[in-house]
Every structure is written in structure tokens, then in C-alpha cells.
Design a protein around this ligand. Structure first.
Ligand SMILES: [Cu+2]
Length: 481
């Protein structure tokens, strides 16, 4: 081989290695190129806004055993930044929606009007109702039509939520602002000695991230390729408020936190790393408070936490930190009100006996970006993937495979049930995952086993709650009969 040839081969090897390096880091390169300096300009003249507290939706029924609500999905316009109007969607308002609050045992009717000029559906995330009232892709509400959902509340007190679940455009509709909280109260939530004064010491926190262009428009635009793993914005907002401020009593405070993002994973802590206590997960109260310094929630997951502010003094400025960004500034009030202690015990959470499981199924979550599948299939509304016997108990084993670098993993959500986590890679779950769940994060190269009883008949969805993955087809259907 002459020197010319050797040089040529060496050149090819070097070029291939460089190509491989760039290709494997494309998401990173993309993020760097796409850093949006306009957002900093939008924020530069920003003063702190008071945290927006959604109103509680009026119950139109006079009979306390019933509840009747009206929701309207519509277009709106909201001021996120001074002097700039941003086109949005909202339920009954410009952005997000009111809190629907019901009691266990109530018979609930919700009329949902679609005043958008596109189809939508309204899914009650975490609610255990039959398939026809679940609000999945089959309960389509056409433009200018009303869908009536009817169900009885049979499950324990919990912080749930509602949002669109329409084929292909769920991500866009949630991003534009369609989401709201759904509270269930029962005799246990009423009797526990914990903060429960809505908007005063029992505070909803819907955490989301968004990107805006230089005109203040929401940017729901990302390359539809296998490298871009969902819509992650660069501005964190809480209850639709950017950089909010909240006045806090020197007292125990209860926060009901929803990760309402499209695709992001949030790690939440107090700025001074104070200990806080998780008291509830997706499906209701834990057995006892779990002390934590930080908490991670994936898209769709909820947690209720207690934070003790009684040792702070006026002038202290602790904050809630999300993914190392200040997300909520607390202003400590003079008023001292402390009468609460952290409870020793909350409620009984009986573990489901794994011997009761009559079947075990495996779900392989594969791919990233828009090249995603479950068990090698992408969602098809005309195909039922699994058949489950009514009232049976099953173990579902969910595995994340084929991950490339930069991928977060997949939050797995099952409709129509509440489940318990048995294990993560054969290890017992952490203490704060020992309660009722409906969404569980499955990290790269992880297998999570869950167990549940199917108590409601009908057609339901299981899917990744990264909404861009869901819209790309990372979803399947099961029929309970
Ligand atoms: Cu996913």
C-alpha cells in the first residue's frame, strides 16, 4: 500500500468517526442551535406576578348526592408577559381550566362543549369509570357539539386532572392550555388534621413548560424526527403564571402538584433544601407521610406535599425550585397560625396480593422521537390490543428498550384503574411509590411491574404520557369485559 492510499484510508476513518460523534449528539447540537434569545427579552421587563389560583367550578345541582358541571373548551388570549397577548386555549377561560371538585359517592354529570374549530375529547385522568365515560379518543366531541359524561365517584380522595385525549393532536391542545385539576374528597380527607383551606393553605400547583416566539406566541413546533424527544419549553410556569410570587403564612402548607408538561421530567425541591413530606400520590393518600428533600414527577403524575414554613421569618425568600430553576417565589407573611403537625399516619393502603394475579402481560416501550411503538405496534383505533376479564387482577410488566442517549424514558399511564408498583428492576419501589398510582415513570433500560384490578368494563387506553410520543402512536387499547 503506498502512502497516498494510507492517507486516504486514514482520512475516511477520521471523517466517519467525526460523523458518528455529531450524529449521536444531534439533539444536543439541535438544542444549542435552537437556544431562543427572545425568551430572555420577553422576561427582562417582567415583574413578579401573583400566583394564579384556578377557581373551583360551580356545581349546578341542588341535590348534594349529585353534581352537575359545565365545561367549555375554547380559544382565548392571555398576558404571560407585560403588554403582550398570547393566543391560547382554555376551559371556561383563557388558559387551563377550573378545579372540578366532587365527593366520593356522588353521581356526576359533566357537559363538555367544544367551541374550538377542531375536534377534541376530555379525559378524566385517574378517574375509575367505564370506558364510554373515560373521555379517550373514541369519545370525540366535534366542533360546536356537547359531550355528556356520567359516572359515580367510587374511589378514595385524590388529586386527579382532566385534559384532551384526541388522536394525533393531544400534545398541541394541552400545550395551548387545555388542562385542569379534578379533586375527590371523602370522609378520610375531611377528617385528617392537615391544611384543607383551598387557595389559602391547600394550594394547587400545575407545573408546565412552554416556549414563546419574539411576538409572545406559544411555539408548538419541533422537528418531527426521531431525535427530538417531545416538546420541552424553556420557560417554567405554574398555574399559567410565569415567575410567580405567593404569600405564605408561617404555617404548614399543603401543595397539590401536577406535572402538566407535555414531555418533561421535573425534579422539585425547596431552595434551601428543607425537608418536606409527601402525603399523597396519583391515586390518593399514602399510608404515612414520606420525608423527602426532592421529588421527581413525570408528565401526568401528581403528588401532594406538606411544607413547614413556621420556622421562617419575614424577609426570608425561600422558593420552589424545578429542575434547578426558581419556579415559585414565597413571600413569608407575619401572621403566625401554626396549629398543624405532620401527621403520623394518613390512611390504610392495603397491598394487592400478587398471588391474586390471574394473568401477566409484558409491554415493551421502544424508540424515541416520532419513531415509537409498544410491543412493536403503533396505535390503531380499529385494533384492540389486549382483552382483560372484568374484575380480574393482573400484573403488567413495562420495559423501556432501545433507548439512545438524551432520552428521558417513558411515563406509562393506564386508564380505568389505579395500580400499585411492585418493583423497579426487581427492587422494591421507593416509599413514596407504595401508594395508588395511575402513571409511572419507566427510565431507560428499566422494567417496572405494576398490579391492578380491572373493575370497570369498556375500551381503555394504555400509553406513554409524553404527549408527543402518544401522538406518534405510543399507545394501545385494552377491552375489559
Ligand atoms: Cu414515551
Amino acid at each position: 500500500m503506498d502512502n497516498k492510499m494510507k492517507f486516504f484510508i486514514a482520512l475516511i476513518v477520521i471523517l466517519s468517526l467525526a460523523g458518528l460523534l455529531i450524529f449521536s449528539n444531534l439533539p444536543l447540537v439541535y438544542n444549542i442551535l435552537n437556544t431562543n434569545p427572545q425568551d430572555a427579552n420577553l422576561l427582562s421587563n417582567e415583574t413578579l406576578d401573583e400566583l394564579f389560583i384556578p377557581e373551583i367550578l360551580e356545581n349546578e345541582s341542588e341535590d348534594p348526592s349529585n353534581a352537575i358541571f359545565s365545561l367549555e373548551a375554547k380559544k382565548g388570549s392571555k398576558t404571560f408577559f407585560q403588554g403582550i397577548n398570547t393566543p391560547t386555549y382554555g376551559y371556561n377561560g383563557d388558559f387551563l381550566g377550573p378545579v372540578i371538585r366532587v365527593n366520593k359517592g356522588q353521581n356526576v354529570t359533566i357537559n363538555v362543549r367544544n367551541s374550538l374549530d377542531e375536534h377534541t375529547t376530555t379525559h378524566w385522568h385517574g378517574l375509575i369509570v367505564d370506558g364510554d365515560n373515560d373521555g379517550g379518543p373514541h369519545q370525540m366531541i366535534k366542533s360546536d357539539e356537547i359531550w355528556e359524561a356520567n359516572f359515580m365517584i367510587e374511589q378514595p380522595a385524590a388529586t386527579l386532572w382532566y385534559h384532551p385525549h384526541i388522536m394525533d393532536i393531544t400534545g398541541k391542545q394541552v400545550y395551548m392550555g387545555l388542562a385542569g385539576l379534578f379533586y375527590i374528597d371523602d370522609e378520610i380527607s375531611a377528617s385528617l388534621d392537615i391544611p384543607k383551606d383551598y387557595g389559602v393553605d391547600d394550594i394547587p400547583l400545575i407545573i408546565q413548560d412552554r416556549s414563546f416566539d419574539r411576538n409572545g406566541n406559544l411555539v408548538y413546533d419541533f422537528p418531527q424526527n426521531m431525535m427530538n424527544d417531545g416538546m420541552i419549553g424553556d420557560i417554567i410556569m405554574i398555574n399559567g403564571t410565569v415567575n410567580p410570587n405567593f404569600q405564605i403564612r408561617k404555617d404548614l402548607m399543603r401543595f397539590r402538584i401536577l406535572n402538566g408538561s407535555n414531555a418533561n421530567l421535573y425534579t422539585i425541591r425547596i431552595s434551601d433544601n428543607s425537608t418536606f413530606y409527601q402525603i399523597a400520590s396519583d391515586g390518593g393518600f399514602l399510608e404515612k407521610p414520606v420525608s423527602l428533600k426532592e421529588l421527581t414527577l413525570s408528565s401526568g403524575e401528581r403528588a401532594e406535599i406538606l411544607v413547614d414554613f413556621s420556622s421562617y421569618t419575614k424577609g426570608d425568600v425561600p422558593s420552589l425550585v424545578v429542575n434547578n430553576n426558581t419556579a415559585l417565589n414565597f413571600e413569608i407573611d407575619d401572621v403566625e397560625n401554626s396549629s398543624y403537625a405532620i401527621p403520623e399516619y394518613l390512611t390504610e393502603v392495603p397491598r394487592i396480593d400478587i398471588e391474586k394475579a390471574s394473568n401477566q402481560r409484558a409491554f415493551r416501550l421502544q424508540g424515541m422521537g416520532n419513531m415509537v411503538s409498544i410491543n412493536g405496534k403503533i396505535m390503531d383505533m380499529s385494533r384492540i390490543d389486549e382483552f382483560v376479564s372484568l374484575n380480574s387482577t393482573e400484573i403488567w410488566e413495562v420495559t423501556t428498550v432501545g433507548q439512545m442517549m438524551h432520552s428521558l424514558g417513558h411515563p406509562f399511564h393506564i386508564h380505568g384503574v389505579k395500580f400499585q408498583v411492585i418493583s423497579r428492576n426487581d427492587n422494591p419501589p421507593p416509599e413514596n411509590e407504595m401508594g395508588w398510582k395511575d402513571t409511572v415513570m419507566v427510565y431507560p433500560a428499566e422494567t417496572v411491574k405494576v398490579i391492578m384490578q380491572f373493575t370497570k368494563p369498556g375500551l381503555f387506553m394504555y400509553h406513554c404520557h409524553n404527549l408527543e410520543h402518544e401522538d406518534a402512536g405510543m399507545m394501545g387499547q385494552f377491552k375489559v369485559e
